[in-house]
Structures are given as structure tokens and as C-alpha cells.
Design a protein around this ligand. Structure first.
Ligand code: KIV
Length: 293
């Protein structure tokens, strides 16, 4: 059984320049796959709103949904560092709400850390959660929960002003006590500068190669979620295609009576079958096979 990595291990990996591997997962099976693959960290992202529930965005996702999925992931990956993603309105209102909801992830789903979106403006939330004894990952750049304010799902930090705002946000997140930070969809030069400036591990999703580790959305990289694929995604499998082909073959087999085959049935004990046939015949009934319609 492998040893679960701790936050200290991630600091050492940053120090040594060893990339941290990071993936989202929303359920027990994919969590088992990630752990078998040797993944360092799993994010139970509120992207499950789109990838699992078919919502248009992450806004409708509730704390209760996040807890159910985080708990399933924890069971599937008991020896992997699991981070629970705080959904919209679970921390935006007050520091107290942020602490209470972060605490639910730890108590009810046994996560190792929580993630929340924003920089300077959520610094007091991060500090409150950290002061209550929990570990936090910050998340800046393209922050999906505030995408309407950002003018949509748009890369950030592409102008000097915006790049400086990203640096200010990253420093505020570290200053507030976050243990790690995730940069989403910002240019590699800005991400690399932040990585070199901060002492905490800096993870990238669409922020280029100069970070301490890389995150992908499992449904994107496995080819499960087909509605939209961001530019930064590399596809490693075509699971939706494989599943659709398998389900189509099953539909055809059932329609053509090619399934089930003799190996898929539970036969009666032979002498009991004779007695059953006699009993049915006595009642003037018939048992198959007598021609199927
Ligand atoms: O919910 C999620 O999966 C995320 C990623 C987009 C970083 O927050």
C-alpha cells in the first residue's frame, strides 16, 4: 500500500522541481483509477455541475452534492491527497459561513484540504479557514464561479494590468495562509513569475509548464465530456466513443436476440426442471423454448 503524500511532501517536490500530478474526480471508480495511476492529488471540483449533472455552469452546485461526491472519492482513493472544492455561495457571504462549510468537507468527507476561488477579495475567508485549523488551496485566474464578471470563460493576465492583478491576488492568497494555489488559464510567463515569487506550491490548469504541477479535468482528458473542450486540454482517451459503441452493440444484440447467450443464464437443477415441466403441463401451460415472438 502506498503512503499518502502530505502537504510537506508537496513543499519538498516544489523545492526539488518534481512536478505534482493533479486530476479532478467526482466518483468512486475514477478515484480508484487515479490512485492506481499514482496520482499525487485529486480535486473534487464543482465542475461536476457540468461533467456529472449536466448543468450549464457551476453555480447551481450545492454543498450537499459536493459532500456526497467528495466522500465517494475519498473511499475510492484512501491514499491520495483529496481536495474539496467549495461551491458558489458556500464561502462568499461571511467568514463564519466559509469556516462552517469548509469544516463540513473535513468532517463528512475526510478531505485533506479545501479550494476556493478568488484572490485579494477572499483573503479574509482563507485566513478564517486556516485559523480554524484547515488547509486551503487558493484559485485565481479564470475563476468559473465569477465568470460573468470576467466576461465569460476567458483567459486572464494577458495585459500588463491584468498580469499585475494576478500577481497581487497570488500574493494575497499566500499572505492569507493558503498552503497551495491553483492558476487557471493565465499566460505561462505570468504563471512562471508567480511560481518563482511564491513559496507555496503553484499548480496550473491551462497556465503553462512553469508551475509546480499540472491539473486536468478528468472528464475532458478521458474524452467523457464532449460539450466543450478548453484549449489547454490534452485528450488521453475517447471514453464517450468507446461507451457509445458498446451501448449501441448491446442495443443491437438485444433487438437481434443475440443477448443473452446460454452462458449468461442460471439453469434449473435438471431433476427439478423435469418436475417443473410436469407441473406446468398439468396446468395445461407451456414453458419456453416453444418459439419466441
Ligand atoms: O471545479 C473544478 O474542477 C475546478 C477546476 C476548473 C480548476 O475548479
Amino acid at each position: 500500500m502506498r503512503k499518502k503524500k502530505s502537504i510537506q511532501d508537496f513543499y519538498m517536490m516544489k523545492e526539488k522541481g518534481e512536478p505534482i500530478t493533479f486530476i479532478t474526480s467526482y466518483d468512486y471508480p475514477t478515484a480508484t483509477f487515479a490512485e492506481k495511476a499514482g496520482m499525487d492529488m485529486i480535486l473534487v471540483g464543482d465542475s461536476l455541475g457540468m461533467c456529472v449533472y449536466g448543468y450549464e455552469g457551476t453555480m447551481p452546485v450545492t454543498m450537499d452534492q459536493m459532500i456526497v461526491h467528495s466522500d465517494a472519492v475519498r473511499r475510492g482513493a484512501p491514499n491520495t491527497y483529496v481536495i474539496g472544492d467549495m461551491p458558489f455561495l458556500s464561502y462568499q457571504t461571511t467568514d463564519e459561513a466559509a469556516v462552517e462549510n469548509a469544516g463540513r468537507f473535513f468532517k463528512e468527507a475526510r478531505v485533506d484540504a479545501v479550494k476556493l476561488e478568488g484572490g485579494v477579495r477572499v483573503a479574509s475567508r482563507i485566513k478564517a479557514i486556516v485559523d480554524a485549523g484547515m488547509l486551503v488551496m487558493g484559485h485565481i485566474g479564470l475563476t468559473p464561479q465569477s465568470s460573468s464578471q470576467l466576461g465569460g470563460f476567458k483567459a486572464q493576465g494577458r495585459t500588463l494590468d491584468s498580469a499585475q492583478a494576478q500577481v497581487d491576488d497570488a500574493l494575497a492568497v499566500q499572505e492569507a495562509g493558503a498552503a497551495m494555489i491553483l492558476l487557471e488559464a493565465i499566460p505561462p510567463e505570468v504563471a512562471g513569475y508567480i511560481r518563482d515569487t511564491l513559496t507555496i506550491p503553484v499548480l496550473s490548469i491551462g497556465a503553462g509548464p512553469y508551475c509546480d504541477g499540472q491539473l486536468l479535468i478528468v472528464s475532458d482528458m478521458l474524452g467523457i465530456f464532449e460539450a466543450f473542450t478548453p484549449k489547454f486540454v490534452k485528450r488521453y482517451a475517447e471514453v464517450a466513443k468507446v461507451c457509445t459503441e458498446a451501448l449501441t452493440a448491446y442495443v443491437q444484440d438485444v433487438r437481434n436476440r443475440a443477448f443473452p447467450e446460454p452462458k449468461h443464464i442460471y439453469p434449473m437443477i435438471p431433476e427439478e426442471l423435469i418436475k417443473f415441466k410436469e407441473w406446468v403441463a398439468a396446468g395445461k401451460g407451456k414453458i419456453p423454448p416453444h418459439g419466441v415472438s
